[in-house]
Design a binder for this molecule. Structure first.
Ligand code: FES
Ligand SMILES: [Fe+2]
Length: 384
């Protein structure tokens, strides 16, 4: 029996849709329990994280044969590596002998050697050596290759999917790549200049929710409202992604400085969220993309990577200022909000609020949030 049914059967009669409805203008938000119930969290692992395309990392970090990096998909550890045939593959990060983790962090190694008993593997996943196995009755090396998972590239990023039956990422993303490229024409030339890392006391959906609406921008992000013209902020939803685009503020930005008269500088803010937990952001300034990856880390915890990609690994003074603004102001503000919400979601005084959605889908409208919640419920219901 699946986790939700277990929660429902043995629990207190929780109605996990509650007053959530198909129309964002009349719907209530997700019931609070979705944000802390361990049974629902477990179900999300199988129904969402083990079935969707997940950000692994940027291909510029896998230039040479043997280059690898580790990454997580929900509760699973994986790594990606470039083989000597030039192919990039991703595997579960586990030794086929007795399950020790194979790799940590990132680096280059043509042979993958387990730290426990030194079984070694080729970068294509084949078992290379297993000390003493020649004396083991019926030992078949082919039986102990590493378990590979599906990968696909998108805008220079490697994505992985643990579900062999999932639709291709290309079939799901439609026009998204063209749209991102139109705001970031140099995307193929970008390299990672910085990673910001955060650990949050908040369910992963609570963090995604915060990304998907700008209703909170004027009260919570005073500097952001000087960077972009909030009244022009528009959210559009598509099958499995949404776009969040705003024209520049005409006054001087208090967030960080950039030369708006430079023809190489873009002045709009453009962001795209891709189901379920990654967002691409193009901030005003020279060619850039900042990837926000929100990773679940327990029913009430999550981790974030905020990776900044520029034309050069060495950020300019202007880019350093933009990173500092994102880290010390924008992220600090958002983390304070979502951690407060997480405490509130456990309050006996709260159950299920309403979306603020207007017919015109203006800057304050929370329809992007409703779109996300609909996908969450659809995934939970589809899982058997
Ligand atoms: S667990 Fe890897 S060699 Fe034994
Ligand atoms: Fe925010």
């Amino acid at each position: 029996m699946d986790a939700i049914a277990t929660v429902l059967k043995t629990g207190d009669g929780f109605d996990w849709r509650g007053r959530f409805g198909a129309d964002p203008e009349t719907s209530y938000v997700l019931p609070a329990r979705h944000y802390w119930d361990p049974g629902i969290y477990q179900r999300e692992m199988g129904a969402i994280f083990h079935r969707t395309w997940q950000m692994a990392g940027h291909l510029s970090r896998l230039r040479e044969p043997g280059d690898y990096f580790t990454f997580t998909v929900g509760d699973q550890n994986l790594f990606a590596v470039r083989g000597k045939d030039g192919e990039v593959r991703a595997f579960y990060n586990v030794c086929s002998h007795r399950a020790h983790e194979l790799l940590k962090g990132e680096g280059r190694s043509r042979v993958i050697t387990c730290p426990y008993h030194a079984w070694s593997f080729h970068a294509d996943g084949k078992l290379r050596t297993a000390r003493g196995s020649e004396k083991v009755a019926g030992f078949d090396k082919d039986e102990f290759c590493l378990k590979q998972v599906r990968t696909e590239t998108f805008c220079g990023f490697l994505f992985a999917n643990l579900d062999p039956d999932a639709p291709t990422l290309a079939s799901l993303t439609g026009n998204l790549e063209n749209e991102i490229r139109s705001y970031c024409p140099d995307i193929d030339k970008l390299v990672r200049a910085r990673r910001l890392h955060y650990e949050l006391k908040a369910n992963w959906k609570n963090v995604v929710d915060n990304f998907l609406e700008c209703y909170h921008c004027p009260p919570a992000h005073p500097a952001f409202t000087d960077l972009v013209a909030i009244p022009t902020y528009r959210t559009k939803t598509y099958g499995c992604y949404s776009s969040h685009i705003s024209e520049p503020h005409t006054g001087r930005s208090k967030a960080y400085s950039f030369d708006a008269s430079d023809p190489n500088v873009r002045t709009e803010f453009a962001a795209w969220w891709l189901w379920p937990n990654v967002a691409f952001n193009v901030f005003p300034g020279c060619a850039n993309i900042a990837v926000l990856h929100i990773m679940p880390d327990g029913p009430e915890r999550s981790r974030e990577h905020f990776d900044f990609y520029f034309l050069d690994e060495q950020a300019t003074a202007e880019q350093e200022e933009a990173i500092r603004y994102t880290d010390e102001i924008l992220q600090a503000e958002d983390i304070g909000l979502v951690e407060s919400v997480q405490r509130g979601l456990k309050s006996r005084g709260y159950h299920q609020g309403r979306y603020v959605v207007d017919k015109e889908r203006t800057d304050i409208s929370e329809h992007g949030l409703h779109h996300f919640h609909g996908l969450v419920l659809q995934a939970l219901e589809a899982r058997t």
